[in-house]
Ligand binder design. Structure first.
Ligand code: ADP
Length: 314
């Protein structure tokens, strides 16, 4: 059996490891039976429709949300351990910056609140965007504010940076600038990033690891490079308007009939019918197919899956 104790080709261990993780609000499960791993040093996209449980998962990792079941560890340490907090930084959609503070005041506050503050990195991030140090936060553009928020997050020198749609309010130019900045800083320091986003092209460009969530459950987890080639997009001619029975020999994520043609996103289990045309889909096509079909069978690449183990209530 394959060794799944460490990620392929890395000695960094697991940034996140969830076993049977669940969160219930009153009678409803926001997140249920989630068991997965994210290797250290990766940029992981957290994808799913609204209400899927993405913010809940990020809230559990930042201890803003208390779990109902299971366990979550961060770099091998239980999330409740006080040693975890200094290692993580979180940035949400509403960047909580004081509008009346200047940029310089904001960075000074960051330095005061964080013992391991990296002033040089924080200042570099602000300066490279030509954000004036004396300007008040309230007068900055959305892109500039996001840059200051990133400076605060990276100034903390986190090992794990959790981002909840951090760029949703930015125009395409600012978004592009922020993704470049984020990737450069993360790569330089080996920071693990887990980032939720609805922008599939952004995820395709930035992320090398994916967690796909739908209806509170993990639908796909693993290396983007392995998840995508596991899928094939097939097209062919229907039989009297019905899908061919041979499709059932494969794992079907999504299928559609259009006139006399059918198209299906499948994970092949055996050689394909010679009557079909097949192409490798893009990441965006794979994600869309899974998002449209939350009941499709889940997929984990090697190492991403972990047994639920002892999953007592917290
Ligand atoms: P996402 O971030 O993917 O949009 P969320 O994690 O915010 O999803 O929400 C998952 C589910 O949990 C949704 O059905 C949402 O209504 C519910 N939920 C989230 N937070 C709360 C809360 N504080 N109280 C009750 N239900 C909540």
């Amino acid at each position: 059996m394959a060794d799944t104790s460490t990620p392929n080709g890395t000695a960094g261990g697991w940034a996140l490891e969830a076993r049977g993780l669940g969160k219930r609000y009153l009678g409803n499960w926001a997140l249920r039976d989630c068991s997965f791993r994210v290797p250290a040093g990766r940029i992981c996209g957290l994808v799913g429709p609204n209400g899927a449980g993405k913010s809940t998962l990020l809230g559990l990792a930042t201890r803003q949300v208390q779990r109902t079941t299971g366990s979550l560890s961060i770099f091998g340490v239980p999330v409740d351990d006080p040693a975890v907090l200094p290692r993580i930084a979180f940035l949400g959609q509403d960047k909580p910056l004081f509008k009346r503070f200047t940029v310089a005041d904001t960075l000074r506050l960051g330095a005061e609140l964080n013992p391991g503050w990296d002033a040089a990195a924080a200042e570099r991030i602000v300066r490279s965007g030509n954000v004036p140090a004396h300007a008040r936060i309230g007068t900055l553009s959305g892109g500039q504010r996001t840059r200051v928020a990133f400076a605060l997050a990276f100034g903390k020198r986190p090992d794990l940076l959790l981002l909840d749609e951090p760029m949703s309010d930015l125009d395409p130019l600012a978004r592009d600038e922020m993704s470049t900045l984020l990737m450069a800083e993360a790569v330089e320091r080996g920071t693990t990033v887990v980032m939720s986003s609805h922008m599939l092209t952004e995820l395709e460009d930035m992320c090398d690891y994916l967690l796909v969530v739908a209806e509170g459950r993990i639908r796909m987890a693993g290396d983007a490079d392995a998840l995508v080639p596991a899928h094939t997009l097939v097209t062919g001619v229907t039989r009297d308007g019905a899908l061919p029975a041979e499709l059932d020999r494969h794992t079907v994520v999504e299928s559609r009939v259009q006139g006399r043609q059918f198209q299906a996103m499948i994970r092949p289990k055996e050689p394909l019918s010679a009557d079909w045309e097949s192409v490798e889909p893009s990441l965006e096509e794979v994600l869309l197919a899974h998002l449209r079909s939350p009941d499709a069978p889940s997929l984990y690449t090697q190492g991403a899956r972990v047994d639920a183990g002892g999953t007592q209530a917290a």
